[in-house]
Design a protein around this ligand. Structure first.
Ligand code: SAM
Ligand code: FES
Length: 349
C-alpha cells in the first residue's frame, strides 16, 4: 500500500479503484506513513502554524430537512434562535480581542436573513474589522445572491457537497435538494472569486468506499481552497438517530489523503472530530490539517446549535476555549497564529 501513498504524494491523485483499495485495506502502519508525508506538506506550506477561524452560529432556523442534521426543519424539539447584527458584531469584537482574524458566519438556511440584512451584516463587519476575512456558510443561494455578498465584503464560502454520489445524496436529503444544484452553487461561488470550501461527513449512513472515492474525485476536479471533513455523529431527534457515528481513524486517514492531494489547501480539524475523541483535533493536525474553528457564538445559544449529540465546547466562554486550544496545539509542537490565513497559490510546483 505504501507505493500508492508514494504515488499520491508525488502526483497528488489516484484512480478511483486505487482510492477504494486504500480505504478498504489501510492499517495503522499505512496511516502512520501517510501522516508523516502529510506533515511534510503541511510543514512546508504552513511551518507548524495553525490558523483559527471564529465560528459565529447566528441562526439555527432552517428551511431544509437534511436527514442527518439536528437543526433540520422537522425537528420540533429544537429550541430556535437568531442573533441580531449587534450580537454578531459583539462576537466579532470578542474574537478580535482574542486574536481571531477570520470570522465564519454559519447558520441554517433561514429566510429571515434577507439579502438586504445579510449585506448589511457583512458590510458592518467589513467596516469594523478591515484586517479580518469574512467567511459565509449559509447554504445554497443563487449566483446573484453570492455576488451581492461578495461585493459587500465576504471573502470565503463554505458549502460541503456532503456526497458526490447521486444515489447517496438522495438518501441523505429530501427531494427538494439535489447534488447537481449543490455542485452548481460551488462552481458559482468559485467563479465569483471567493475562496471556496467543500467537504463531506465521514461515515454518514449508506456511505461506501466507492462514495468516498467519488468525493475525492469531485474535490480534485473542483480544486477548492478549503476542505472540511468530520465524522458523522447521530442526533437523537433526526431520522438517522439510531445510526452509528463515523470512524475517527477513517476521518484522520482521509485528512492525510486530502493533504497529499491538495498540499497547500486549508484543512480544518473539526469540532466533530474533537467530539468523538478527546484528542481528535490534535490528531487531525498531526494527520495534515492546519485550521481550527473554535466557537465564538454567545454562550446562551451554543447548546441550541445542536447539529449532533454531545457536541463539545458548548459550555465554555470564548476566552476559555481560546486558552484550551492554544494549550492543546502547543502540546503537539504547533502554534496558533494571529493571521487571516488566506489560501496562497503555490508558484513553486
Ligand atoms: N446550512 C449550511 C449548509 O448547509 O452548508 C451550513 C450549516 S450545516 C449545519 C454545516 C455542516 O454541518 C453540514 O455541511 C454538515 O456536513 C454538518 N453536519 C450536519 N449534521 C451533522 C451530523 N449529524 N454530524 C456531523 N456533521 C453534521
Ligand atoms: Fe439546514 Fe442542517 S438542515 S442546516
Amino acid at each position: 500500500m505504501k507505493h500508492l501513498i508514494d504515488k499520491l504524494y508525488e502526483t497528488h491523485d489516484l484512480s478511483k479503484e486505487e482510492f477504494v483499495y486504500l480505504l478498504q485495506n489501510y492499517d495503522q502502519e499505512t496511516s502512520d506513513y501517510l501522516f508523516s508525508l502529510a506533515r511534510t506538506y503541511s510543514e512546508k506550506y504552513f511551518d507548524k502554524e495553525v490558523y483559527i477561524r471564529g465560528l459565529i452560529e447566528f441562526t439555527n432556523y432552517c428551511k431544509n430537512d437534511c436527514y442527518y442534521c439536528g437543526i433540520r426543519r422537522g425537528n420540533g424539539n429544537a429550541d430556535r434562535y437568531r442573533l441580531s447584527k449587534e450580537e454578531i458584531l459583539s462576537c466579532c469584537k470578542t474574537g478580535h480581542e482574542l486574536g481571531f482574524r477570520t470570522f465564519v458566519l454559519q447558520g441554517g438556511e433561514d429566510p429571515f436573513y434577507t439579502d438586504e440584512i445579510m449585506v448589511d451584516i457583512i458590510k458592518s463587519i467589513r467596516e469594523g474589522y478591515p484586517d479580518c476575512a469574512i467567511t459565509l456558510s449559509i447554504g445554497e443561494k443563487t449566483y446573484d445572491q453570492y455576488l451581492k455578498y461578495y461585493e459587500a465584503g465576504a471573502d470565503r464560502y463554505l458549502l460541503r457537497h456532503e456526497t458526490a454520489n447521486e444515489e447517496h445524496y438522495a438518501k441523505l436529503h429530501p427531494g427538494s435538494l439535489s447534488l447537481s444544484n449543490r455542485k452548481e452553487c460551488l462552481r458559482n461561488i468559485k467563479k465569483i472569486g471567493y475562496q471556496v470550501g467543500t467537504g463531506f461527513m465521514v461515515g454518514s449512513p449508506y456511505q461506501t468506499p466507492e462514495c468516498l472515492a467519488q468525493d475525492l474525485a469531485f474535490i480534485k476536479e473542483l480544486s477548492p481552497q478549503m476542505v472540511g471533513i468530520g465524522p458523522f455523529i447521530p442526533h437523537k431527534d433526526t431520522p438517522f438517530g439510531d445510526f452509528s457515528a463515523g470512524s475517527v481513524d477513517l476521518t484522520l486517514f482521509l485528512i492525510g489523503i486530502l493533504r497529499l492531494m491538495l498540499p497547500n489547501a486549508l484543512l480544518p480539524s473539526t469540532t466533530a472530530l474533537g467530539t468523538l475523541d478527546p484528542k481528535g483535533r490534535e490528531k487531525g493536525i498531526l494527520s495534515g490539517s492546519n485550521v481550527l474553528m473554535p466557537n465564538l457564538s454567545p454562550i446562551g445559544v451554543r447548546k441550541k446549535y445542536d447539529l449532533y449529540d454531545n457536541k463539545i465546547c458548548t459550555g465554555e466562554e470564548a476566552a476559555e476555549c481560546n486558552v484550551c486550544l492554544r494549550n492543546r496545539v502547543s502540546s503537539i509542537g504547533y502554534k496558533i497564529v494571529e493571521k487571516r490565513g488566506d489560501f496562497v497559490e503555490d508558484k513553486t510546483s
